[in-house]
Write a protein that binds this ligand. Sequence first.
Ligand code: AP5
Ligand code: MG
Ligand code: ZN
Length: 214
Amino acid sequence: MKLIMLGAPGAGKGTQAKRVAEEYKIPHISTGDIFRANIKGGTELGMKAKTYMDAGQLVPDELVCDLVADRIQQDDCANGFVLDGFPRTIPQAEALDVALTKIGQKMDFAIDIDVPDENIITRMGGRRACLSCGATYHVVYNAPKVENVCDACGNALVIREDDKPETVKKRLDVYHEQTQPLIDYYTKAGILVSVDGTKNMDEVFADIKAVLGK
Ligand code: AP5
Ligand code: MG
Ligand code: ZN
């Protein structure tokens, strides 16, 4: 099972990708999480990515494409993987196609989690993130058992740098301009499925499972 989670910032890509990864026992590959781990670790990649991320802009394609091409060729991806936050430009989608063709594979589904901009702003204000394991919470919709502590790994939860309202607005603009064209791209490829992302998390997950099958 090889799938892409598409959707605006805050649509629930990370939330659903984690559940899909668990259910189907495939790795969850989030480029945002990879960059945040690199920023935390003070690597060169992290330093390069941080300026773009804090401004709500996309990191240049050349910093992302090779990284993902390498990642999907690792052994744990043999039975599939779920991509979260990649591709998010047409050149990235083309680079992914090239990388997959080389290993004789193709994506099975691109799932677009559809949520209007108005709902996004509210969601982002309540998000809390674990920078150690990538888990995501919401103070109202998905609260951790202990306030500000990650259920999964026990580390402290933080508000992401790019979740300030001004930056969220910028990220939405970037999404509409550069990422939304992928809906057309994957419709033409015949693998796009849209799900209503305004439902609650369990309902969205059930809709995704119905698409993926057993
Ligand atoms: P990335 O980390 O991918 O951020 P994003 O796309 O902006 O998406 P988010 O992680 O903010 O949202 P999400 O859809 O995962 O939602 P979540 O599940 O957390 O990228 C960050 C930055 O890195 C980019 O801006 C860019 O600079 C760079 N980058 C990354 N990949 C790149 C690439 N390929 N190319 C170039 N640059 C790249 O949910 C959001 C909140 O809502 C949570 O609090 C959650 O609990 C809650 N929630 C989720 N579902 C529901 C629901 N159904 N009902 C109510 N609340 C819900
Ligand atoms: Mg995410
Ligand atoms: Zn954690």
